[in-house]
Design a protein. Structure first.
Length: 161
């Protein structure tokens, strides 16, 4: 599975594989990215994006046409909810005040969509391959969090020196 989140000059690439039980790959470049490892559970998906000290846990529960979960810890995590339709998925990452809307569409084995609004949003484009659509949608949510974490780290570095 290959994909792209955001613009060519500031976005993140996706390269990953689904083994049937676990998703393994990378969001972003070698220097500015995070490894992804997400596995299937009886009720959804669970895993980790990034390493031990810099990264976040992924928990998602799938019930019918709805996926909801959390990226990160209880204190600094981000909630998300997605509703699946035959055409794709729509939902929200984050809260009412600080969150962003998400819309994904299926086009002949490809996922296209948008995270956020017109001026501050990111385009999403992924080739599905053998990856189930709900997992691809979760990867888009994870890419949003990778972007957020990277921006936060860059701001902290600028403040410190």
């Amino acid at each position: 599975m290959n994909g792209r989140f955001g613009p060519l000059d500031g976005g993140y690439a996706l390269a990953a594989a689904w083994t049937g039980q676990e998703f393994q790959g990378r969001i972003g470049s070698f220097l500015n990215g995070m490894d992804v490892r997400i596995g299937a559970t009886p009720t959804g998906l669970t895993g980790r994006v990034g390493g031990v000290s810099f990264g976040f846990d992924v928990e998602a529960e799938v019930a019918g046409t709805r996926m909801q979960g959390r990226l990160g810890s209880y204190l600094d995590g981000t909630d998300f909810v997605l509703e699946f339709t035959p055409e794709g998925a729509a939902g929200r990452i984050g809260g009412v005040l600080d969150g962003q809307d998400m819309t994904l569409q299926l086009y002949a084995g490809e996922v296209r969509g948008r995270l956020g609004g017109v001026t501050q949003g990111w385009d999403v484009r992924m080739d599905l391959g053998a990856v189930p659509f709900p997992l691809a949608a979760l990867l888009a949510v994870c890419a949003h969090r990778v972007q957020t974490e990277s921006q936060r780290a860059a701001q902290d570095a600028r403040r410190q020196g």
